[in-house]
Design a protein around this ligand. Structure first.
Ligand code: AMP
Length: 218
């Protein structure tokens, strides 16, 4: 697979952020995390944050009517060489994304599905911390300060047990169908994402051939 842009699909705590960011840094892709954008909007109490807050508080997906225009606005004139972490999460979002790429004259993105069993997701979600400054993710006990920027590593609010279960149900109901969406379009790479982050990173790299054209960030 030689993609120009990639979407990371997976349940909560499947490693989308960790792997997506690593690959983006390595290949010079622009990296976009919609979860990260929403959490920043909540912290800033922006109007976007206030619209999204009730859904995030319940561990539900933010509706397509909010998410699609938000991402389409960001993609204006920037549709190239990117890694999307957490978008699309629904078929409507995937269709809108393909149209945006086609309208921008670009090859639509391929998807990497990180497949992780439920008991491992539960274990990871209980053990993960996120940097409150740059959103780097690490395991509890690994470090109290972010290895990327030195910021404080804290648990994510939506990683509590109830919200995790709700987010997982949303994933099964709304995002899992995207595996078929990308498979039918022959744009899917499905990976067993068990093992250390390094192992998974190398497994991803072994399946991709990244061209140097990714060197320019957008
Ligand atoms: P993440 O950081 O990707 O796990 O996202 C955290 C939360 O943000 C999710 O559980 C959703 O509530 C919300 N969210 C992020 N991206 C999307 C999206 N594409 N569609 C709907 N909700 C989203």
């Amino acid at each position: 697979m030689t993609p120009t842009s990639l979407v990371f699909l997976g349940a909560p705590a499947s490693g989308k952020g960790t792997q997506g960011r690593r690959l983006a840094e390595l290949g010079g892709f622009f990296y976009l995390s919609t979860g990260g954008l929403l959490r920043a909007a909540l912290r800033d109490s922006s109007s976007m944050g206030e619209q999204a807050r009730p859904f995030l508080d319940r561990g539900e997906y933010v509706p397509d009517s909010i998410m699609v225009p938000m991402v389409m606005e960001l993609l204006k004139s920037k549709v190239q060489n990117m890694i999307l972490d957490g978008f699309p999460r629904t078929v409507a979002q995937a269709e809108a994304l393909d149209i945006a790429f086609q309208d921008g004259g670009k090859e639509p993105p391929s998807a990497i599905f990180l497949d992780v069993p439920m008991d491992e997701l539960r274990r990871r979600v209980q053990g993960r911390l996120e940097c409150s400054a740059c959103h780097w993710v690490a395991s509890r006990g690994q470090t109290e300060l972010c290895s990327k920027c030195g910021g404080p590593m804290l648990p994510r609010e939506d990683d509590d047990v109830n919200r995790f279960e709700s987010r997982f149900r949303e994933f099964e109901r709304l995002t899992f169908p995207l595996v078929t969406f990308y498979e039918e379009r022959e744009r899917l790479l499905k990976l067993e994402a068990l093992g250390s982050p390094d192992d998974i990173h190398h497994r991803i790299l072994s399946k991709l051939s990244l061209s140097k054209s990714h060197g320019s960030k957008i």
